[in-house]
Design a binder for this molecule. Structure first.
Ligand SMILES: [Zn+2]
Length: 110
């Protein structure tokens, strides 16, 4: 099975990140995306000391899954920024990741 090339994924990640920040109303917040070969999970995100956020995302997944995982992690960024969590925040992220990824395809932003 072949996955999209790392350079292509970098472009996709930049576009999806920009789209999420705009659609979630997140301003003046820097998000750094780190595309890596992950073995046991697809993505993660966390705050940095300087107020920015780092999203780690697995390159070894298909394009749809890559975009959906990025959306999922940006929902967590939104939860961090707004300090708005319901429980672990996983329910909201899991509910919204699919429909928002659909919207990205519909808007043809990739
Ligand atoms: Zn999550």
């Amino acid at each position: 099975m072949s996955y999209p090339s790392p350079s292509y994924l970098e472009q996709v990640a930049a576009k999806v990140s920009k789209w999420c920040l705009r659609n979630f109303g997140i301003r003046n917040t820097k998000v750094t995306i780190s595309i890596q070969n992950l073995e046991t999970y697809y993505g993660d995100c966390g705050p940095e000391k300087d107020g920015s956020y780092t999203v780690v995302i697995a390159q070894n997944q298909n394009l749809r899954s890559f975009v959906q995982t990025l959306v999922h992690e940006h929902i967590h960024v939104k939860q961090f920024v707004g300090d708005c969590w319901e429980g672990s925040g996983e329910k909201e992220a899991s509910l919204l990741e699919g429909p928002l990824a659909d919207q990205i395809w519909k808007e043809n932003i990739l």
